[in-house]
Design a protein around this ligand. Structure first.
Ligand code: ARG
Length: 347
């Protein structure tokens, strides 16, 4: 614990939630105590501000609407699995996705998954089956005794560890995993059997607040279409669908200068947005997201807070120069509270 960071967090909380001088005085005394812990209100505010401070995120306009589930009291594996399933259900909300974070006990609870819902990946003699991003974690799950069906879209189990006990895993019941089949409004992509899950719930980052780390704090928003259509399904090192998409479009794939990749990329992204919309699952296109980011910037300016961002992450991977973000520099300075990467708990 870092007393200076704790004090500056409490000062920020006081300022933005209009606490009295007296309140701060008392809380600063408590901050000196080894027994100090955040109230649920402080944690809620901190998790929202951590989103506001997330320089890589284009979706920060909605930072103040984050639902915070305080699960710090749970230390039993079964209860934690139940809470994770509740997170998935509450966030999914029949497709009307709600941004949520669940915060688990400081230092004691560890989630091994990168995202709560993620597809497995297997190295085979014929190449990778599934998501190559998940190769190492899939191996870990199999070493723990899990066995996947070896389709391209096996949902990985939840793996958690409490204290020094051996990690435990559970399969997520099918009913909790909403998925969207990708179809195109004009082309027939059905033979490609593309799909993706509804809710991206990052579970590998630590939530840092007042110098204290909550290493198990899974959080989600809704997808921006390009994350799926221009990266997950398109990257050569991921699902590598562009050649197949081009084939379904009936365009040749030999000449770079024909821009067949670009044409396939656009149609794949149209298909993703169309399919999520049709399935009633929240998704945002990159043009709308960029406009929302502009609103966020205006709002922050009005509140006289310094606007920070990581340009390399904020620009969308499809047609970046069509968004205003591309055309302005932005300061990539780290403010806290925030979410940070942390070492993998396995291997
Ligand atoms: N890019 C990651 C993925 O495709 C998800 C990151 C979080 N995205 C979000 N829209 N909140 O799975």
């Amino acid at each position: 614990m870092n007393i200076q960071e704790l004090k500056s967090f409490l000062a920020l909380y006081k300022k933005e939630t209009q606490q009295t001088e007296k309140w701060l005085e008392l809380r600063l005394i408590e901050a000196e105590d080894a027994q100090f812990s955040f109230t649920t209100e402080e944690l809620t505010f901190g998790a929202r501000v951590a989103w506001r401070n997330s320089n890589k995120c284009i979706g920060r306009l909605f930072w103040n609407s984050l639902t915070v589930l305080d699960q710090r009291h749970l230390l039993d594996e079964k209860a934690i699995f139940k809470a994770l399933l509740e997170h998935i259900a509450f966030a999914t909300n029949d497709g009307k996705i709600r941004p949520v974070i669940s915060i688990f006990a400081h230092k004691r609870v560890h989630i091994w998954n990168h995202q709560l819902i993620r597809y497995a990946g297997y190295e085979t003699a014929e190449g990778v089956i599934g998501d190559s991003d998940s190769l190492a974690f899939t191996k870990t799950c199999e070493a723990l005794g899990w066995r996947g069906a070896r389709t391209n879209y096996d949902v990985l189990p939840l793996v958690i560890q409490v204290d020094d006990r051996p990690p435990k895993f559970i399969e997520i019941p099918k009913a909790y995993v909403v998925e969207v089949q990708i179809e195109h409004p004009n082309y027939d992509f059905s033979s490609l059997q593309m799909k993706w899950y509804a809710v991206p719930i990052i579970s590998s980052m630590r939530f840092n607040i007042g110098g204290i780390d909550f290493q198990a704090a899974p959080f989600n928003g809704w997808y921006m279409g390009t994350e799926i259509g221009a990266r997950n399904l398109a990257d050569e090192a991921r699902y590598h669908y562009l050649p197949k998409v081009a084939q379904q479009m009936g365009i040749e794939t030999t000449l770079n200068a024909s821009l067949w990749k670009d044409r396939a990329l656009v149609e794949l992204n149209i298909a993703v947005l169309h399919s999520y919309k049709k399935a009633g699952v929240s998704i945002v296109d990159h043009h709308t997201a960029a406009q929302q980011f502009e609103l966020f910037q205006k709002q922050e300016q009005k509140e006289q807070r310094e606007i920070t961002g990581n340009w390399t992450w904020l620009i969308p991977p499809l047609s970046p120069a069509t968004t205003s973000i591309y055309h302005q520099p932005i300061l990539n300075k780290t403010k806290k509270p925030n979410y940070f990467y942390q070492p993998l708990p396995y291997k």
